[in-house]
Design a protein around this ligand. Structure first.
Ligand SMILES: [Zn+2]
Length: 1065
């Protein structure tokens, strides 16, 4: 301890409480005396020179980026703007549009404010001034190099930290100046946060800011004096980093504790990291097609908890504030974007430009975003200049002509949402940006939506054209992100516990919007297969979690971005829609959004509004309220099976939890289940439930459903109309038989539902396998029923994975080949022009099954087409919808020439969706060395495989029956390297582990996993260790199935194959 510094836990701290992060162990060299004298002389010269420079700079008022801290110039401003009120601290220069006044805490008199409320437009472009400015002399400490913390540990590896919820203070406004630097991988910045004491908290608490790997200096706390707003004073305080350096704590003098209305401005400078793990502020690169040189760019991904990596903040969804952002960029980067329109741009210092953006509406930190790059716009804002909001799409110059489809979709969805929600979009502009490497599919940052390329770009030229599936994906993802502007951005869940609220709403609304924009997609029918598959698959065993999750740690936050929050969330909202009816659902949503605009809600708020509107419309019986119904679905994991029994004239219903690996009659979990049903005589016509199977009822008896004449195996009865309820239905044998007999007469969704339910009920021992196998035979004749074929896919995939390495696969393959043959013979691998979206998708699915089950007509044609492409690489003859099946089949049946050709095309193509198709197919090869090579490429930054695609590539290998052991070996050998390479932002490693388990169904597989878990434990990879424990449960399920169901299924298959005289070759 010397020179006024103390060393505490790896940090150097000044006596004033400022801290500087210690960069590593001290080091030194021996020097002689003369050398010391010369050095001292040089030092003195440098010192004098520095003083002169400093004097010059300060006398000219130039310096490092400043976050408009008005307290510094308060007196000057008070003369110009005498009407400034008590909140002039840190807000006097903010640019606040009038429409924001309602959600902006302060009534400022900003000189930059837009005057006309009706005409909120983008401010005129400000011409950059040409000035020669002396470079800044900053006092921000140099920080450690990226990736190493104070203890010399790697900081990018997946870590788990408790989420601390500190109360007592709330942010009102952030003014941020940030200068991201690609070369040094750091952000230099300054920040002023206007903070008010939370009147609800009576105890005297410190101000606690979230930080992660951020150095802080020059902390000041200012307040304006009572009754004299322009006169501001600095307050005494103590500041310190919190435990593990993941917070920054400012303690004000307790003498202020009696003031409940306290408001202060906290000003500080910071240095944070530009990461390369796609989280926080991160850098990514692409090759400029003209210069062939690497171009770097800066992007951000703050959701869910990485704003704290960029700047100190109250990093919680309920701590909403206004943000005024300024970005300093090197002038070799042509543009900067942020959430709001830019209103001023100026030379900041030589070679640097400062862009200032208008103040955002009140919003949480996770929605803050900015981009600094050389991307170009697609000129939509110019051509549609009269439209509000201004919409622009930014991408690399060679991708501009791939943005038309996305633009059209935005213009279709926006009016739909404004209509549906009854609230106009108020943001003056929406920028959509395709980011070369991006962890999620897209991110709904308010006013600046970021996408991975494949989620935004739709090539339109013949060779690169996208599949129908891909176009649907792009449309849906845009619809999802735009829906967040209302649900998520304007009205935000209070905590991550209710993430499902915003994600469920955005997903559900995206279906509604897409249904309206493209009715021919029949997307609501697809919902009943796709979302149910996603959700039920993850919600079936004891590892599942309640949709409302008690989020305690950082890895909990990342974990809840899963199909339970998204797919189960959207299924439950659709179920609620059916319970209260369309009108009540819509008016309740409108009412909720208006009431809580710019604020936060929890699920109980939604229940109250739905109950009120349901009662008013008369759709919800007065004795029911939504909370009572929904609590059972929200607070417990899993979903029920409704068991159906015909008892005389009555219909009797019971419930139990659907559980893997097998039903458990002792499980006591129960739900409040909406019941709808139809029989031959009774057709309801709508989705509103007529009966309720409650939690406390042993059984629900619905009397007089049948007469003596109708109670036989010719009378059809089916439940859960249009699959509005989140449950499976298990019928008694009479009913199954009747349904099978009358299958072709049933509604489309019911047919799909029966096949899916039957396959999954057998998987968990609710039903013997002969029933789903009989329903599978329906595919033989229903060659056109695309929904039925889609519904078969999840159940069939489970069987494929569990049989592929077993002798019974021979019979199963023969059986399935027999079933898919008529459909493939009908559709083939030729795609006529002008086919509908659904037909295109359906042909691809049929071909996928046909080639998967080695129907030689499929595999041979697929190989032929691929070879045709290999002969002339520049002319791909394969139609977009068939690429997936043809690429995979050709690589699986072929050898290394096919594989290398595909990899070459991967590097060559400019289409992101094409890249994804090829990445998946590279994992289809049957050559072990190629699979191993491929996996190694996923941790090599020069291979061309982006980090965003690591999990996709790994999964492609792990789902290959030959590849999964190679994938396991790769993971075991390289676990630390993979963890370091991918960081913890997007759970890439967790995703990899999940995809490993599908073929594991033997006891020794468990031991392998245990070894991997022990290895992770040793390396301190806690989050990965818990992912392995979850995977273990999946392996247990598979082992159980192998022990209990395999032999029975095998004999059913053998008897069917013999009965239908199916050739097994
Ligand atoms: Zn979302």
């Amino acid at each position: 301890m010397e020179g006024g510094y103390v060393n505490e836990g790896g940090q150097l701290k000044t006596k004033n409480g400022q801290k500087y992060v210690f960069n590593g162990p001290p080091s030194g060299v021996y020097v002689s005396k003369p050398c010391l004298v010369v050095t001292a002389f040089i030092m003195v010269v440098i010192l004098i020179f520095s003083i002169l420079i400093t004097y010059f700079v300060t006398s000219h008022g130039l310096g490092k980026p400043e976050a408009n801290p008005s307290y510094i110039t308060a007196q000057a401003q008070s003369k110009e703007h005498p009407e400034g009120n008590s909140t002039s601290v840190a807000t006097a220069q903010f640019h606040v549009p009038d429409w924001l006044k309602d959600n902006f805490h302060t009534s400022t008199s900003s000189p930059n404010r837009i005057k006309d409320e009706e005409n909120v437009v983008v401010p005129p472009v400000v011409k950059e001034e040409e000035k020669t400015i002396v470079p800044p002399v900053g006092d921000i400490p140099v920080v450690k190099s990226e990736g190493v913390n104070d203890d010399g540990d790697d900081i990018t590896k997946p870590t788990d930290r408790l989420l601390q919820l500190h109360e007592g203070w709330r942010p009102i406004h952030y003014s941020i100046v940030i200068e991201p630097n690609v070369e040094t991988s750091t952000n230099n910045g300054s920040l002023v946060i206007e903070i008010e004491r939370d009147a609800k908290i009576t105890s005297w608490e410190p101000i606690v800011l979230d930080v992660y790997n951020v150095s802080i200096s020059n902390v000041r706390v200012i307040r304006s004096l009572e009754g004299n707003e322009t006169d501001e004073v600095e307050l005494d305080f103590d500041s310190d980093y919190g435990e593990n350096n993941d917070s920054f704590v400012v303690k004000l003098n307790p003498s202020l504790a009696s003031e409940t209305q306290l408001k202060i401005a906290l000003s500080l400078d910071f240095v944070s990291q530009v990461t390369d793990t796609l989280q926080g502020v991160y850098k990514t690169s692409y090759i400029n097609p003209d210069t062939k040189k690497t171009e770097w760019m800066i992007s951000t991904q703050f959701s869910p908890i990485d704003a704290r990596r960029a700047f100190p903040c109250f990093d919680r969804p309920d701590m909403k504030a206004n943000f005024t952002i300024s970005i300093v960029r090197n002038s070799n980067m042509s543009m900067a974007l942020s959430n709001m329109p830019k209103y001023h741009s100026d030379t900041h210092r030589l070679g640097y430009i400062r862009d200032e953006f208008m103040t955002t509406p009140k919003m949480p930190t996770y929605l803050v975003a900015f981009i600094v790059s050389n991307m170009v716009d697609s000129q939509y804002a110019n051509s549609d200049g009269q439209l509000f909001p201004r919409v622009e799409i930014w991408t690399r110059p060679n991708f501009v002509d791939m943005t038309n489809y996305a633009y059209k979709m935005v213009r279709k969805f926006l009016p739909y949402y404004e209509e549906y929600f009854g609230i106009k979009n108020k943001l003056p502009k929406i920028d959509l940006v395709s980011v070369p490497d991006f962890g999620f599919g897209a991110m709904e940052n308010w006013g600046l939506i970021t996408f991975r390329d494949s989620a935004l770009l739709v090539p339109e030229d013949q060779e690169l054209a996208s599949s129908s599936e891909h176009m649907q994906y792009v449309a849906q993802i845009i619809a999802h992100e735009l829906a967040h502007f209302w649900f998520g951005n304007c009205v935000t869940p209070k905590s991550w516990d209710d993430l499902w609220l915003k994600e469920g709403f955005a997903c559900y609304m995206s279906y509604k919007a897409l249904n309206q924009a493209h009715p021919e997609f029949q997307i609501m029918d697809t919902f009943t297969v796709l979302e149910f598959k996603e959700s039920m698959q993850h919600d079936a065993d004891n590892t599942s979690h309640a949709i409302s999750f008690d989020v305690r740690s950082t890895s909990d936050v990342r974990r809840i971005f899963d199909p339970i929050s998204y797919s189960k969330g959207t299924i439950l909202l659709r179920m609620l829609n059916s319970i209260v009816g369309d009108e009540a659902f819509r008016s309740a949503t409108q009412d909720l959004l208006k009431t809580f605009a710019y604020a936060n809600i929890d699920r109980n708020d939604l229940w109250v509004f739905l109950t009120r509107h349901g009662h008013e419309m008369g759709t919800l019986p007065k004795e029911l309220n939504v909370k009572n119904i929904m609590d059972s679905w929200i607070t417990q994991p899993g979903y029920p099976v409704v068991n159906v029994e015909r008892r005389g004239a009555n219909l009797v219903l019971r419930q139990e939890r659907y559980l893997l690996p097998a039903r458990n009659p002792l499980d006591k979990q129960r739900w409040f289940i909406p019941i709808t049903f139809e029989t031959d005589d009774l057709h309801k016509g709508d989705n509103i439930p007529t009966h309720w199977l409650t939690k406390d009822q042993e059984e629900l008896v619905i009397p007089d459903v049948f007469t003596k004449e109708t109670n036989n195996n010719n009378t059809v009865l089916y439940l859960n109309l249009n699959r509005q309820g989140y449950y499976r239905v298990n019928y008694d044998s009479v009913s199954w038989l009747a349904l099978k007999k009358n299958f072709t007469l049933l509604p489309r969704i019911t047919r799909a539902q029966l096949l899916d339910d039957a396959l999954h009920l057998s998987q968990a021992e609710y039903l013997p396998y002969d029933i789903p196998l009989t329903f599978l035979l329906e595919l033989y004749t229903s060659v056109d029923d695309e929904l039925l074929w889609s519904a078969a896919k999840p159940g069939l995939n489970y069987l494929i994975y569990n049989l592929k390495r077993e002798p019974a696969y021979e019979t199963f393959r023969a059986f399935m080949k027999f079933i898919v043959r008529p459909a493939f013979d009908h559709y083939g691998l030729n795609e006529p022009d002008n086919e509908s979206h659904l037909q295109l998708k359906h042909r691809a699915l049929v071909a996928n099954f046909a080639c998967k089950f080695n129907y030689d007509r499929c595999t041979q044609v697929a190989q032929m087409r691929f070879r045709e492409w290999m002969r002339d690489a520049k002319k791909n003859p394969i139609k977009p919808n068939l690429k997936s099946v043809i690429y995979c089949t050709a690589l699986s049946e072929g050898s290394y020439p096919e594989w290398y050709f595909a990899y070459k095309q991967y590097k060559r193509t400019t289409s992101a969706s094409e890249k994804e198709e090829i990445l998946t197919s590279l994992g289809c090869t049957s050559k072990p060395w190629l699979l191993s090579k491929y996996l190694n490429m996923t941790i090599n930054s020069t291979s061309g495989i982006l980090k965003q695609d690591g999990a996709l590539a790994f999964r492609a290998v792990a789902t290959n029956a030959i590849g999964y052991e190679i994938a396991f070996d790769f993971l075991q050998t390289n676990i630390k390297e993979i963890a370091d390479y991918y960081g913890d932002g997007f759970s890439t490693l967790t995703e990899m582990i999940k995809s490993l388990t599908i073929y594991m169904n033997k006891d020794y597989h468990k031991q392998q996993l245990q070894l991997l878990a022990a290895n992770c434990h040793k390396l301190g990879l806690k989050a990965v260790e818990s992912a392995i424990n979850l995977a273990m449960e999946q392996v247990n399920d598979n082992i159980y199935w192998r022990t209990h169901s395999y032999d029975k299924l095998k004999s059913f298959l053998e008897s069917i194959v013999s009965e239908f005289q199916i050739n097994i070759f």
